[in-house]
Every structure is written in C-alpha cells, then in structure tokens.
Write a protein that binds this ligand. Structure first.
Ligand SMILES: [Zn+2]
Ligand SMILES: [Zn+2]
Length: 283
C-alpha cells in the first residue's frame, strides 16, 4: 500500500481559501501555501471569512492538517545578527504561526536562517534555537519545520549536522522537525540520483537527525550539479537528480503520510508532474 501525500505549492491568489481549489484541481494529496505575502514585511490580517472558508474546504476536499505544509516568508531570518532586524523577523514569524493556528493547520516550514557573513554558524544556530524556544512558549501547538538548504555560504542548514545542532538546542522536541528539499540536499552534496544514493542519504539523515523528525519533503529536481551549492529547481526528471532518484523516494515507505511538495517551474503542468511521480510507484 503506497500512501504518499504528493502535491504542490499552490497559489493563494484571491485569499488563502483558494489554495484548496487549486490543490483539488491538480488532484494533490498534499499541498503547501504561503499564509501571507512572502516578499513583504506588511501583510493584511486573514479575514474571518477567509478562515471560515479555508476550514470548511479542508473538510469538503478531504484534507487533514498532516497533508498541509505552509511555508513562511522569505524575509524572515531568525539568525539575523542585528537585534532590531532580528526582532522584526521574529514578529513576522509569530504572525505566521498565528495564521497557521487560525487555519487549523499543524506545521510551519521555514529556512533556518543566514549569518549574513557577520557571525559564525554556531552563533547563528544559537539564535535560531533561541527564537524557536521563545516562540514555543509564546503560542500554540505548531510544529516548526526546518528546511534543508543548498549549502550556500552563509545559510545555515546545508548539512544534516547543522540541523541536528539546532534540534539539540530546542527544548520541546515534540514541536520541531525537518523538511528535506531534494534539490537543496543534492546541491549541498547528498547524491540522491540513484537508489543506492538515496538509501545512504536517508540512513545518514536517520543517524544524524533521526527519522522521527522528518515531517515533509519538497520534491524538486536540480538544475545545478551535485555539490554545486546552486539553488535552482528543475522539473522532475529534467534535472541532475533524474527519475531514478525520484523512483527511490516514491517507493520508500518511510516517506508515507508526509507532505511531498512540488516547487518546480512546471506549475501549470503540475497535474501531469504528479501523475509522473505516481507512475514511478511499483505495484
Ligand atoms: Zn523553502
Ligand atoms: Zn523548498
């Protein structure tokens, strides 16, 4: 029995509640969304009507919170060395968490942060864990999901070790997790282009972080080569990872019942890309 929550990062144009129409339209078994404008500091509050419709449609279209992986704003940097800028990031982070709760969702996926070249990675990791611990105390039930990054120089999260170090410093381990972005880990040097490579990578993930922390995946092929540190998504099967890598993932039962989200350039063809992925599943 294969139970993959494969889907895509759908648009919320016209209101968060519309994300469900798009997810249903492409027959996604899971989806991601932005709960606020991902490139602006200011954002309108979610309206009561939007929240009501979103919750109604979750039931109507048969999605549970486990199938949805909201992604936070690109502007947030919890490792920002400048205290004032860091405070602004933290405020938006809290706003995102509130939105997730209002929508009845469970996860919030985010990029751990960047040292901006001013502080060490260790100091950055300290700041990120600190922000997570504070946010945990401040509100709710949301599970904070750290995304793997492509190992660009100042960005934290390009190795499993860095993510493990953040988790180690988080007090409430029941509310922290990791999202593997296939393009990012490949660009960071984890070769998942073959079945063997995938097995080695997921074993390493288990040894260093622990499989229990894996909450979701982003499924993207990689335009950059292995260890290139280039974060450029390609359509599934058209990049350097290739179909064999994705076949390995689609047949790995350890990934069952976790949102697996396309962020590929295909966009208008996501329904076909989802079909392609499902077609990789062995009977
Ligand atoms: Zn991301
Ligand atoms: Zn991603």
């Amino acid at each position: 029995m294969n139970d993959k929550y494969v889907g895509a990062h759908v648009t919320t144009a016209g209101g968060v509640e519309n994300s469900l129409l798009h997810a249903d339209h492409i027959k996604a078994a899971g989806f991601a969304l932005f709960t606020r404008n991902q490139r602006r500091w200011e954002s309108h509050a979610l309206t009561v009507e939007s929240i009501r419709l979103f919750r109604e449609r979750m039931i109507e279209y048969g999605y549970t919170a486990e199938q949805v992986l909201p992604h936070n704003s690109y502007l947030i940097n919890l490792a920002q060395p400048d205290p004032q800028k860091r405070a602004r990031s933290y405020d938006v982070f809290i706003d995102e968490l509130r939105r997730v709760e209002l929508l009845g969702l469970k996860f919030l996926n985010f990029h751990p942060g960047s040292t901006v070249g001013i502080i060490s990675k260790d100091e950055g990791i300290e700041l990120i864990a600190d922000a997570i611990n504070r946010a945990h105390l401040e509100l709710g039930e949301t599970v904070h999901v750290l995304e793997t990054t492509s190992g660009q120089k100042n960005k934290i999260g390009g190795t499993f070790e860095e993510l493990a170090e953040i988790i180690e410093r988080v007090e409430d381990k029941s509310r922290i997790g990791v999202c593997i972005d296939t393009c990012h880990i490949f660009a960071a040097g984890y070769d998942i282009s073959t079945l063997d490579g995938w097995q080695r990578t997921i074993q390493e993930f288990d040894r260093i972080i622990g499989l229990e922390y894996l909450k979701g995946l982003h499924l993207n092929d990689s335009a950059g080569t292995l260890d290139s540190r280039i974060d450029r998504h390609a359509n599934i099967g058209e990049g350097e990872i290739g179909l064999e890598g994705f076949r390995a993932l689609m047949n790995d039962s350890r990934l069952d019942k976790k949102p697996m989200i396309l962020e590929t350039p295909a966009k208008r063809e996501w329904d076909k890309e989802l079909e392609l992925l499902r077609g990789l599943i062995r009977e």
